[in-house]
Design a binder for this molecule. Sequence first.
Ligand code: BG6
Length: 512
Amino acid sequence: MSNSTPAPTSGLNPLGDELRGARTAKPCALVIFGATGDLTKRKLVPSLMGLAKDGLLPPGFAVVGFARRAWTDASFRAELADGVRQFGRSEAQASFEALAESFTFHQADFADAAGYRELKTKLEQIDRQRGTAGNRVFYLATPPSAYSSILRNLAAAGLSKQGDGRFAHVIVEKPFGRDLQTAVALNDQLREGFYERQVFRIDHYLGKETVQNILALRFSNHIFEPLWNEKFVDHVQLTVAESIGVGSRAGYFEESGIVRDMIQNHLMQVLTLVAMEPPVALTADAVRDEKVKVLRAIRSFKPEEVERATVRAQYTRGSFGGEMVNGYREEEGVSASSVTETYAAVRLHVENWRWAGTPFFLRSGKRLPRRVTEVAIHFKQPPHMLFEGGRSLQPNVLMLRIQPEEGIALRFGAKVPGHDVRIRDVRMDFRFGTAFGGETADAYERLLLDSMLGDSTLFARRDEVEEAWRIVDSIVAGWRQSQAKPTEYVAGTWGPEVANDLLGAGRTWRRP
Ligand code: BG6
């Protein structure tokens, strides 16, 4: 595949001109709650500046940072400039310098109703001065404990109302609840102030180019779809591996564990895109209707089934990149008797006509040898093996590499040149970077743009989030009931040995 694709002549995306201008955001003011936090500095503002650089921000645009700290417009801007310099795409800095005046800071407590009334007045003033046309996007980038106050106060101040051609959207960061019950409560509260179409639940994996490409691969080509089912696919492996440990996030992670942090959202979302039926259109509801059906087709586990269908583990001290790193229970802020899992592998069945009998294996872990996200579709062996030594051949695998080195690869058998007939596995590789060049935009760019355009296709709908929690809750309940401790794996290895048993005879986890 790569051989037939011309290499780009410069670092620019050759399709850039086609893309530009097609989807410019509508005029609006973006209010970021928790604007003094890391997310704003590392992701949100650098991503906004990436959009500005590509000409996708409208002239009528402003950002209001809402937070408790006593910052000023000047200190807010200085902090953001630093963030854009460190984390922005090349040239994003120049965009920030040009737009710095559009960023203002609003100091208020999340629970103080007066702060929202003042915000309303401020936004009206911004509409007059900066042409933001009464449109609002509210971004909840605070710890989840503040969501409730913010939502209540937005509604009370009349800020959640749409009408007269004006929109009010709310973006909710993850974690979206910590189980089904809390997710339902948060959804109920959102519904008190906002209609579902105003709500944008972030799962940043959906903003990744290569995650969206799963749909492009499946539904813009005719050759894969006939094979995409239980008749041809033996099993599917979804891996999100990270080399980092828990770092400074122990407070959050201890309460969450990898199953809530990664599987409930990112892996489940990727799974739905791999397993869904073709949607009738690429509209938000048509796509999400099909995605949620996948989740509905996955049964909740009975507690006694969980042990055989899952593996959970914690990393222990080990050598990583030539250095010794702490085990999870030695990390700062982690209890020495913690049973929080840093690795989980789960076997799921999508019980419908397409997938009956084809297991999906999901795994995610911290402190694995490298950062990689991929989907591997493992096909069945040919029904009859003609070639000698054929049994040692691996079945065909189609790999969708989500990150890094984004691409698609196909493994197949080929004859080794020579007078005898020997077959060996070879690989056909396609790399996005080689074909399209350019810097890949951060996932947040796409998601921020879509939230300003009112396109919720790449955001999780209420029912999707709740279905995913239903499944994850049943896993957590099984673990709790069994009272077994997580098993262990040495930091820098691919997880515990027992994870192989989950796959069943003749299958092994890929070493990405
Ligand atoms: C976040 C998790 O949602 O995703 C983190 O909370 C994780 O624990 C991160 O590190 C991974 O994202 P990415 O884009 O680096 O794969």
